[in-house]
Design a protein around this ligand. Structure first.
Ligand code: ADE
Length: 236
């Protein structure tokens, strides 16, 4: 199966609302995401939710009604931040990172890579007041069935998976097309020089120069691996 990438001429703008912006400085300052930003293909804006609090102590959380354990992130600072951003431009999605959502996948990453402006809200403690979810959130995303201490690392995962799909971000653009999951299968094994290391040999077909045979071998291995490790992907 082939995916056609529509050439976008717009910069993707990502606004992230968090109470720990420092946590996200490093992931966005390295490697591929840094390159995407430097090339002007994307811009990432970190906003500290605390800066939007009208409370004199700059509180962002409070006790849960009903006596449940744990603190809840308050409506006011988050709403003020969202309203400021949405008054400045239109957003395609306002995403909330949370473990109680459907799990992120490559198909979703492909779809979101076409967006122009997105807001990502990172939760902490017991999560955000449900009224924010009801009123403003257009999409809820979990990166897996486990609980992190906050949504920041999950947001970094989402952003990385999306930005690498934007044409021009990866140095070899076709490499995103052959990623695991991109065609619904895991990737076949890869090898580099030397062809023989301590007697561990690279499959001879890969040295044959016969593209047709190499492609057949890759397809066969991808299917074999997926059947063995992720049979659910084939059943899907
Ligand atoms: N916040 C805490 N755990 C998370 C998860 N698994 N996915 C997204 N956001 C989260």
């Amino acid at each position: 199966m082939f995916f056609i990438y529509l050439q976008k001429n717009v910069v993707m703008r990502i606004d992230i609302l968090t109470i720990f912006p420092d946590l996200l400085e490093s992931p966005f300052n390295h490697s591929m995401i840094k390159r995407a930003i430097e090339k002007g293909l994307a811009s990432i804006h970190l906003h500290n939710i605390r800066d939007f609090s009208t409370d004199k102590h700059k509180s962002v959380d409070d006790y849960a009604f009903g006596g449940a354990a744990g603190m809840v992130m308050m409506v006011q600072p988050i709403e003020t931040a969202i309203l400021k951003l949405t008054s400045e431009r239109q957003y395609d999605e306002i995403i909330y990172m949370t473990p109680d959502a459907t799990v992120w996948n490559q198909k979703e990453a492909n779809r979101l890579s076409m967006a122009e402006n997105i807001i990502i809200l990172c939760g902490h403690y017991k999560g955000v007041d449900q009224r924010i979810r009801d009123q403003y959130i257009t999409k809820e995303v979990s990166i897996g069935d486990y609980v992190l201490t906050g949504g920041e690392l999950a947001a970094a995962v989402l952003v990385d998976s999306v930005l690498r799909l934007i044409p021009g971000v990866l140095s070899d653009e076709t490499s995103a097309l052959t990623d695991s999951h991109q065609d619904g299968l895991l990737s076949p094994p890869v090898y580099t020089r030397p062809a023989n290391y301590k007697g561990w040999e690279v499959p001879t077909v890969l040295l044959s120069g016969n593209d047709k045979k190499i492609n057949e071998w890759r397809e066969e291995k991808a299917l074999e691996l997926t059947q063995k490790i992720r049979p659910d992907m084939i059943n899907d």
